[in-house]
Design a protein around this ligand. Structure first.
Ligand code: TRP
Length: 373
């Protein structure tokens, strides 16, 4: 693989992602200022993830907003593949989804795809992914979605309802389309070949359950887009509106230039990490700093390649003046990596302590959110 090449599929993100190229490859649209302003006006404030470009692309968000304005029932749909513990990179699209739920007073459907993770990972048993699903559920509830407007389901626990929709989708998707869209091969198992229909099904679930004309918006990371291509293709054939989408970049890990990934635990911050874990991981993070303090003072650091700076910029420092100060002080050598890391660790520990408190409380709230059949 050449240096600049990258691969983005629902199951693999490799290489340095060029988001401009990805927009063209996937055929999604860049988020415009006009659309951002419309959302901010409705919400009453501009979400930092929009301001900082963490959410950067969409499909027919303009039409979804028009539907909202003309009184069509608008809902949100997002999900999680429970293949392990939850880390900060997973929380961010959910936090943004809550912002949208509050802004548009929209019902949210939240899918946990234990079936997907069982089928795709040779090493996971069904009971393992199910237990991840119920563990992840606590992190989802901790986000604080409106209980009366949020329906969370685990696929194996809601299969009867989903299956009826999924087979309608599946009937319109050929093996060759699935191969071209997801990279399946003749040695892929037949379960995973069918799975895209299960992930597309919730795009049409609200219409089935609520029995009215509904426009779905999916906030998620950009790697999920292949599913929505399938869903959008099939939608008119089933008599539904095409789901719209709003897509985020990947949250980088604390290592060098890669997506935060559970498979590299030392560069990921999990929601059950203890303060000392957070301290250690951030202390060992990849930075743009010089090897010695003396050199840092003389030459300055490079925030553009620094994972710690990315954390301030995308996730933890939303004051424009302050983030600019970090950038400039790093460049000039006034700021030393150790101090910069320690400060970030304090912020992250505070955030995590708060999340963990809400996660504990979530244990008593499961029945308010979870639906099964
Ligand atoms: N496939 C997703 C994952 O692996 C889980 C998922 C299901 C999802 N439905 C979704 C993600 C809708 C975003 C939006 O994480």
């Amino acid at each position: 693989m050449a240096e600049q090449e990258f691969v983005v599929t629902p199951w693999e993100v490799r290489g340095e992602v060029d988001y401009g190229k990805l927009i063209r490859q996937f055929g999604v649209s860049p988020l415009t200022q006009e659309l951002i302003d419309k959302i901010a006006a409705k919400a009453g404030y501009l979400h930092p993830f929009l301001k900082r470009g963490l959410f950067f692309a969409h499909r027919e968000l303009d039409l979804w907003l028009k539907s909202y304005e003309s009184g069509v029932n608008v809902v949100l749909y997002t999900g999680r593949g429970p293949s392990g513990k939850t880390h900060i990179g997973h929380l961010t699209p959910w936090m943004f989804t809550k912002y949208l739920q509050d802004a548009f007073n929209a019902t949210l459907y939240f899918q946990l795809t234990d079936d997907e993770k069982f089928l795709i990972h040779p090493e996971h048993s069904l009971s393992e992914v199910e237990s991840f699903a119920y563990d992840n559920l606590l992190d989802i509830i901790a986000i604080g979605f409106k209980p009366e407007k949020t329906k969370i389901f685990v696929n194996t626990g809601y299969a009867k309802t989903l299956y009826k929709i999924a087979i309608q989708v599946a009937k319109h998707v050929t093996v060759s389309t699935a191969k071209a869209t997801f990279g399946f091969t003749d040695s892929s198992n037949i379960g995973i070949l069918f799975f895209p229909a299960m992930q597309a099904a919730p795009c049409f679930l609200p219409q089935e359950l609520e029995g009215k004309d509904t426009h779905v918006l999916i906030p998620c990371a950009i790697d999920q887009d292949p599913y929505w291509r399938i869903a959008r293709d099939v939608a008119p054939k089933l008599g539904y509106r095409k789901p719209a989408g709003i897509f985020s970049r990947f949250i980088p890990g604390l290592g060098r230039g890669a997506k935060m990934s559970s498979s590299i635990p030392e560069t990921s911050i999990f929601t059950d990490d203890k303060p000392e874990d957070i301290d250690r991981k951030i202390w060992n993070a990849f930075t743009g700093g010089q090897p010695t303090i003396k050199e840092q003072r003389e030459k300055g650091g490079n925030p553009d390649i620094c994972s710690v700076y990315q954390y301030y910029y995308y996730l933890f420092e939303f004051d424009d003046a302050k983030v600019k100060e970090i950038y400039e002080n790093c460049r000039s050598g006034t700021l030393i990596c150790g101090d910069c890391k320690r400060k970030l660790a304090e912020i992250v520990k505070k955030f995590m302590a708060e999340h963990q408190r809400k996660r504990e409380k979530a244990k008593d709230l499961i029945d308010k959110y979870l639906i099964r059949d």
